[in-house]
Design a protein. Sequence first.
Length: 587
Amino acid sequence: MSDKGSNINNTSENNVNKLDKSFLPSRHTTVGAERAPHRSFLYAMGLSQKEISQPFVGVVTTWNEAAPCNISLSRQAQAVKRGVTAANGTPREFTTITVTDGIAMGHAGMKASLVSREVIADSVELTVRGHCYDALVGLAGCDKTLPGLMMAMLRLNVPSVFLYGGSILPGRFRGRDVTVLDVFEAVGAHAAGKVSAADLEELEKSACPSAGSCGGQYTANSMAYVSEAIGLALPHSAGTPASYESRDQYAEASGITVMELLKKGIRPRDIVTRYSLENAAAIVAATGGSTNAALHLPAIAHEAGIKFDLFDVADVFKRTPLIADLKPGGRYLAKDVYDIGGVPIILRALLDGGYLHGECLTVTGKTLAENLSNIKFPENQDIIFKTDRALSPRGGLTALSGNLAPDGAIVKIAGLRKLIFSGPALIFDREEDAFRAVIERRYNSGDVIVIRYEGPRGGPGMREMLATTSAIYGQGMGEEVAMITDGRFSGATRGLCIGHVGPEAAVGGPIALIENGDIIDIDAETGSLSVRIDEKVLLARHKSWKPRNTDLQSGAIWKYAQIVGAARYGAITHPGALAETHVYADI
């Protein structure tokens, strides 16, 4: 635990609980005669001398009007600011970007999605560095905003609290709960003549009834659950739906808590350790969460200087049982988990079963086990199970490797009946071509659909393929074909859909060398992904293989493609904490 920033000046009654700024970054903008010009800007915004003398806490949100995921964050930020102010801090609100996957899905806009994670982390870093903030509270909604903010917290290493904006409420369509996944799958059913245009319109108007992120155990909720398991968020804060104003109590408490962390000198790298990363991976596995967690957890670890790649994540997946019956592989939604007690119920079950490191520190200043000491597991429900009654002895995700994926791949197996599959490759070099072939039914039962040149560098941007996989399910063919890609699959994807295949096609990985008709063998039980081609043939094909250019030869996505690393290590874009010679928090 760091002692920087922990000094409290108690020299007079009026200064009780006032932090000594001589150890804080904001001294560079607020203390001394030479900072008079800086203070003049602060006075211009209505700050008092007292407020200027207090620690400055950045309150960052990903609020925007792109999608419902983020629409409630501005309101919640005001509650955070009240908490900071009540605890003798000075909140400074700012925003960063969002690319919302539900809107970006199925077209070239998805190339911007993963790139946005880096832009979010970079922009928060630059804002905090430029204005010398002492601490940070981050509020996020859609998929990439959650890891992006957590990455920034670890990179800056100022006392920080993460707060999820909350899940959307379930939609209701003809007597049943629905989510946006139902709409994506209905597109395929409509193309197959199984759903009328009128029914599709009725469904699309019913599926998303409120503010909040997608309601299943997709990427947003998976990473929200991670925020509590890893220790960066307050207990229960990830579960309350976005539209419930009771969320504001967690927001205000987050503002108070970040000031306590500042006084105690507790920083994100004191909280995020190898063990807490394993806790994070465990809750993803136990809930049948998103394959994207296998990309985001290594990236978060990288910011803390911890080596924790896809195979490390997969080791935890393998030893953690599936105990949550959640969509897309199961029956229930995030709202249902909230109704029985929220994320602490899942953590309690895992801790009691011996699947968590209970000694890990959290933002409460207590350990994970201490946070859970008063949590009682609810018996009369079938949403979350104790580990001795697990739905499966292994987690809802698994990694694969073999001659087609030497650097690994990932698949969600929760809810799958068929874990072994062999078939001829049907190859597409971009998602649009695969989606059109699916809509036009230009594939056969037993095919392994391959979508390549969609990796971090080759896409560029490592797109998700939810539109294509959902269309297949909508046509009733979800169990009849398999799919592999060097891109990603949405947390809402179901079926034998294998993503993150590495090395990616753009760097000459084996996925670039296979041809139509090559037989691909998938065994998600043993973790194997291979193609029935002799190594000499692959080497011969590699000699004739040539790199490809994309049509993005300038701008942010081009820049990303020049520096991004492999999916195995989190698709990272800078050297990380292991290369640091100093950390921002100690300026």
